[in-house]
Design a protein around this ligand. Structure first.
Ligand code: PPS
Length: 301
């Protein structure tokens, strides 16, 4: 007998105000729109596959003063609830939607979202919440997303990489246009409530980036704590940590045999996947869609 869970497997995307979006998430949209933020909420915003989980683990460590055991207390998707998530039976039935989960979470809360800035519930700005946005270069995003589409069965079948590249460039992957996403948030980078970070900078110099985060949050921690944060949130440590690597999600929803959630964790993996022609097409598309912007990406580090 077909279950609610079966219904979301490989389901085609719907459209939320023109943005391609999971149909099951759309069912919960009225609650997301009406979400009541609290002034001390910290929002982690990203386009998918841009380092959300990495940044989430870093922030949970900062919030717990580098106490590794406290950060192993629960899985990352409970420690940092995913605002717009609503999937029947996705993690372990019955699974509350992100909004319900957040309502029960004590302050100060860490909140994850992939929403573009124009769809963010107004409450975050009304309450003056801080936001940390992390962007990643689009060539690595599309490769990471391609593998994620394969392993996370909430997504439609991605087809071949050549097909998925077209889907992505056309803004038809879940959450829509990468360009609109990174540019929309970039337009607000001067606001004091927003810290705009890059995955590539975090790869190059995680210590400097963690210090930036601490300064933004107005927190001070010891050198030893920074060292513990950096160690615990390294790719190797997170990959083997069941509280961070998503292996606790049933295979029916995420098949780590197809591709692990923490896959490679590097910058420049696109070079192992793109053909010369695909790269030229991508560069041209990128040039057209980033015209007039001073937002610059490092395609490798
Ligand atoms: S999601 O599903 O959108 O929330 O995914 P997200 O966490 O944003 O992105 C997953 C990619 O981030 C990589 N990752 C890391 N890279 C470096 N260091 C650490 N610690 C780390 N943790 C997660 C993860 O491996 C995915 O990238 P790819 O390129 O697929 O490996």
């Amino acid at each position: 007998m077909a279950t609610e869970k079966d219904a979301v497997i490989r389901e085609e995307l719907g459209s939320l105000h023109g943005m391609p979006f999971h149909k099951s998430f759309m069912e919960g949209w009225p609650q997301v729109e009406a979400f009541q933020a609290r002034p001390d909420d910290l929002l982690i915003a990203t386009y998918p596959k841009s380092g959300t989980t990495w940044l989430s683990e870093i922030l949970d460590m900062i919030y717990h003063d580098g106490d590794v055991e406290k950060c192993r207390r629960d899985v990352i998707y409970n420690r940092v609830p995913f605002l717009e998530m609503k999937v029947p039976g996705m993690l372990s039935a019955p699974r509350p939607a992100g909004v319900e989960q957040l309502e029960k979470t004590p302050s100060p809360r860490l909140v994850k979202t992939h929403l573009p800035i124009h769809l963010l519930p107004t409450s975050f700005q009304d309450k003056g919440c801080k936001v940390i946005y992390m962007a990643r270069n689009p060539k690595d995003v599309v490769i990471s997303y391609y593998y994620f589409y394969q392993m996370a069965k909430l997504h439609p079948d991605p087809g071949t990489l050549a097909e998925f590249l077209e889907t992505f460039l056309a803004g038809k992957a879940a959450y829509g246009s990468w360009y609109e996403h990174v540019r929309g948030w970039w337009d607000k980078r001067q606001e004091k409530w927003l810290l705009y970070l890059f995955y590539e900078d975090m790869k190059k110099d995680p210590q400097r980036e963690v210090r930036k985060i601490l300064q933004f949050l107005g927190r001070e921690v010891s050198e030893g704590t920074v060292a513990r944060i950096l160690h615990h949130t390294s790719f190797q440590e997170m990959k083997k940590n069941p509280a961070a690597n998503y292996e606790t999600i049933p295979t029916s929803m995420m098949d780590h045999n197809l591709s692990p959630f923490l896959r490679k964790g590097i910058s420049g993996d696109w070079k192992n996947h793109f053909t010369v022609a695909q790269n030229e097409r991508f560069d041209e598309h990128y040039r057209q869609h980033m015209a007039g912007s001073d937002l610059v990406f490092q395609m490798e580090v």
